[in-house]
Design a protein around this ligand. Structure first.
Ligand SMILES: CC(C)(COP(=O)(O)OP(=O)(O)OC[C@H]1O[C@@H](n2cnc3c(N)ncnc32)[C@H](O)[C@@H]1OP(=O)(O)O)[C@@H](O)C(=O)NCCC(=O)NCCS
Length: 288
């Protein structure tokens, strides 16, 4: 068996056996072209008798952090140590890039992957909660801040880049950063959060601010969805923040909304009351 960097000609070979990896399908074949073209990423494959039977991808998300994802082993070749072998090649590449830590995410229902990551020395750093709900027609809970007799709606507005520093200071010294272990998820990729991420979000007009706090929220046009990657608020303002974010989604006229939050009961509860359904994803890490 040869363990080697992936190439574009591997994609159809991998796509052939990764359509139904999970009950919802798989995204790896669609993601591979972008990963192969990204200079910060490395795709590793295992080839045996002309067949590509395993793959994994890593991306340097900062000079010292590797994010690993998309590990797949053909069903006929599992439990032969192949996921571990392609991963070891990836850690080697990551060390050469300067990585000191590798992280990955595992859905809480994927016990095989948890066992395999554990056998490679990964430990779970924290659980994250992904909340989703329909917006607009067909939504379980009507939008809006409430009836006529309640105070005027709390709104979130696009924030100026001058908000990045105070937002980061507030978050990094508070309970939410502790629960998040200092990590920021953007599109299923977690990295250590810095004030620069908020500055970049402000430049992209995805940093929002209001009395209840700050949030990074942006519309994913492909999925017709408002995705909230990050928020900073307090126990007292969490209800107002949840309502303001749902209003933002309604104003954006998207059909769905997704939020990512660390496991903090008071932050999740108002979203549950607004009809969000939650799933758990663990973030795992090891030194490389
Ligand atoms: C998870 C997956 C990548 C593991 O690949 P693999 O090549 O079979 O893993 P390895 O052979 O390297 O496993 C090494 C060790 O991990 C553990 N392990 C792997 N699969 C396991 C399973 N299904 N149940 C329990 N332990 C498991 C075992 O300790 C194993 O050692 P052992 O076989 O000597 O007992 C593979 O099952 C797969 O492709 N699953 C579908 C895709 C997926 O879930 N990807 C991860 C998304 S986060």
């Amino acid at each position: 068996m040869e363990i080697r960097p992936g190439r574009h000609s591997d994609i159809p070979l991998i796509a052939a056996w990764t359509q139904n990896t999970f009950d919802w399908g798989d995204y790896v074949a669609d993601a591979l072209p972008g990963w192969l073209d990204n200079p910060a990423s490395q795709v590793i494959v295992a080839e045996e008798d002309g067949a590509v039977i395993a793959t994994v991808t890593g991306t340097m998300v900062s000079p010292q952090e590797l994010w690993a994802q998309g590990v797949r082993v053909h069903t006929d070749h599992r439990r032969r140590g192949i996921a571990t072998a392609v991963s070891n090649a990836l850690w080697q590449w990551a060390r050469e890039q300067g990585a000191v830590v590798a992280r990955l995410a595992i859905d809480a229902t994927n016990t095989a992957s948890e066992a395999q990551a554990g056998s490679m020395g990964f430990h779970k750093v924290c659980d994250w909660r992904r909340g989703e709900r329909i917006i607009g027609e067909g939504s379980p809970v009507p939008e809006g801040n409430g009836g006529r007799r309640v105070p005027p709606p709390e709104r979130l507005e696009v924030a100026h880049s001058g908000e990045a520093e105070p937002a980061f200071l507030s978050w990094s010294t508070g309970e939410l950063a502790r629960a998040a272990h200092g990590l920021l998820p953007i599109g299923w990729v977690w990295r250590r959060m810095t004030a620069d991420h908020l500055l970049l979000a402000a430049r992209n007009r995805s940093l929002h601010e209001g009395r209840p706090g700050w949030a990074i929220a942006e519309v994913d046009e492909d999925d017709d969805m408002l995705v909230v990657h990050w928020m900073e608020t307090t126990r007292d303002d969490a209800v107002a923040m949840a309502r303001a974010l749902v209003d933002l989604a309604a104003e954006a006229r998207v059909s769905e909304m997704r939020i990512w939050v660390p496991t903090v009961e008071w932050l999740e509860a108002p979203f549950v009351r607004l009809g969000f359904e939650f799933h758990t994803v663990g973030v795992w890490a090891k030194e490389v």
